[in-house]
Ligand binder design. Structure first.
Ligand code: DC
Length: 225
């Protein structure tokens, strides 16, 4: 069992700023940043490329059991976590808006959640982490000492996502991204298993009107290093 003082969880919907905030909290505390969304994106890409029938549970499990999924830190505090799929660097491909939707779809499959939840808990056994995702405070690390839930209006989240994607050179139209944000929220909140929701003991932070620095400050004010 991981030491609950070693775990900070930061959950919330798409585009709320979790990754940026989590990376900064990790850098300030010296904890390791665990991007659980990157894992779902990696598995989504793998299942898509291998053309695996998502309804074929046995084949799916057999594939997942042999899949080698590794995370590696970004070069700087501002870079996304990288992902290796069976040794292949897929860090950029998994960050598209399309792959976000694929990740959301495969994240509703129990076998996928089981395997990734186990991997995430292993990280928690090894050291101090800032875990970011949808269910890190509710399901993966229910005993974590420091839990946060970030939220913001969908319009604001879509606007931030468009900015992020454009910085990466992707063509992104606000109306399309807003529609995807709303659809992803619906998938993530309404699925039967580990849906996106605020843990009863998580501190909620509405980021609609406040910037990253302020969110990080509020979190660091509560976390004992
Ligand atoms: O955080 P992200 O946008 O990279 O996540 C991509 C998708 O992965 C998200 O829409 C739902 C899924 N996900 C999840 O179900 N549980 C997590 N802990 C993290 C991500």
């Amino acid at each position: 069992m991981s030491n609950k003082q070693n775990i900070v969880t930061i959950d919330g919907p798409a585009g709320v700023g979790k990754s940026t905030v989590s990376r900064k909290v990790a850098a300030a505390t010296g904890f390791t940043y665990l991007d659980t969304g990157a894992m779902y994106r990696g598995v989504g890409l793998y299942l898509q490329e291998e053309k695996i029938d998502l309804g074929d549970r046995e084949r799916l499990i057999a594939h997942l059991e042999t899949l080698k999924l590794e995370l590696f830190p970004g070069k700087t505090e501002d870079d996304d976590v990288g992902v290796l799929l069976n040794g292949r660097d897929v860090s950029s491909i998994i960050r598209t808006a399309e792959m976000a939707m694929v990740a959301s779809e495969v994240s509703a499959i129990p076998a996928v959640r089981d395997i990734l939840t186990k991997m995430q808990r292993n990280y928690g056994e090894k050291g101090k982490i800032v875990a970011e995702g949808r269910d890190t405070g509710t399901v993966v690390f229910p005993d974590a000492a420091y839990k946060f839930f970030l939220d913001a209006k969908p319009e604001e989240r879509a606007r931030r996502r468009v900015d992020q994607l454009r910085i990466k050179g992707e063509v992104a139209e606000y109306e399309d991204i807003l529609a995807m944000t709303i659809e992803r929220d619906k998938n993530d909140r309404e699925r039967n298993i580990a849906p996106l929701k605020q843990a009863s003991d998580a501190v909620g932070i509405d980021t609609t009107e406040i910037d990253v620095t302020e969110v990080v400050k509020q979190i660091l004010g509560l976390v004992i290093k």
